[in-house]
Ligand binder design. Structure first.
Ligand code: SIN
Length: 311
């Protein structure tokens, strides 16, 4: 029997595929559609301390090779998602989930995590250190000193399972420096990668989204090589207790296979889920299992991280 089951920390999942934060996760209704699909889990839209409208529309557009977005973290406030997950967890057949959060300042992030710490929510938290779309707020994880200080402060009193959503890095020295920081902390996972920030897509003579004069995060086919590089670079550098979630450019079983080959324990789908809807999980799972059968692999552990180099 071929299985795509996986584990993150002490949490088990029947399937390694799930949504990426930002897609099909703004409302309870959307999240329930992912829950009822073949996805092994879901992650919520990144919840902030208070609800946000986000950037002006149009703020998302599909392109031939993927998507561009400048949503600006519209969400119902982290309490909405925390309460929903706590409610879902009471059902005995419920899957395990990921609660995505970030504050608009380190103090807000601490306040959010303090509330989660005091709540009965015992699931995974994904701290979003990589949103490129809030005007005036840089992507936190590109500032290594700030990231180090934030993680030090968080782990001084937060003891529930926590991972971080990272922006893509593009330099070997940055992989080394970032990994050295992450290895200091009891992170459960890192998620590589968020969109490639601040791209520009033009139609005729005009930008195709309104915020920031058209600048936005790029997802889809464009970003798979960068995502795979980040997954593998961190798989090589992080201590084994920090697992990798692979995100970026996944729309087929082959894409998911490559993320796992690079070291991912779980694989998230963003742009392609937006374009195809939750039925994508059944298709990609079937395609992934077909590849595993062809290659004689029964479990993800049979090939995870086994990327071959040239002699
Ligand atoms: C957004 O809300 O702007 C997208 C979320 C993200 O990139 O983290």
């Amino acid at each position: 029997m071929v299985s795509t089951a996986t584990q993150i920390g002490s949490f088990t999942f029947d399937n390694c595929l799930m949504n990426a934060a930002g897609v099909y996760c703004m409302t309870k209704e959307e999240l329930l559609k992912i829950e009822q699909s073949q996805a092994g889990s879901f992650v919520t839209k990144t919840g902030t301390l208070t609800a946000r409208q986000g950037n002006p529309e149009p703020r998302y557009a599909d392109t031939n090779l993927g998507s561009i977005n400048s949503m600006g973290l519209p969400n119902h406030g982290f309490h909405y998602y925390l309460d929903f997950l706590s409610e879902l967890a009471k059902h005995k057949d419920s899957k395990s989930h990921f609660l995505s959060v970030v504050g608009m300042s380190p103090a807000e992030t601490k306040t959010i995590l303090k509330t989660i710490m005091a709540s009965d929510y015992d699931g995974l938290v994904e701290l979003n250190l990589s949103c490129p779309n809030v005007p005036g707020k840089p992507q936190i994880a590109y500032d290594f000193d700030t990231t180090d200080q934030l993680l030090e402060s968080i782990f001084s009193d937060y003891t529930k399972p926590l991972g971080i959503k990272l922006p893509p890095y593009f330099d070997i020295v940055h992989f080394d420096q970032a990994a050295a920081i992450f290895n200091k902390y009891p992170l459960t996972f890192v998620n590589c990668v968020n969109s490639i920030g601040n791209g520009l897509v033009i139609d005729d003579e005009q930008v195709i989204i309104k915020p920031k004069n058209g600048f936005g995060g790029i997802g889809g086919d464009y970003i798979k090589p960068t995502a795979l590089a980040n997954v593998h670079a961190f798989y090589q550098r992080l201590k084994p207790s920090i697992q990798i979630i692979g995100t970026g450019g996944v729309k087929t079983g082959r894409d998911a296979f490559e993320h796992i080959l690079c070291g991912a324990s779980m694989v998230q789908i963003g742009t392609a889920l937006h374009q195809e809807g939750p039925a994508i999980f059944e298709r990609v799972t079937t395609e992934l299992k077909t590849i595993m059968i062809q290659k004689g692999y029964q479990r993800l552990e049979d090939f995870r991280g086994q990327l071959k180099y040239m002699a």
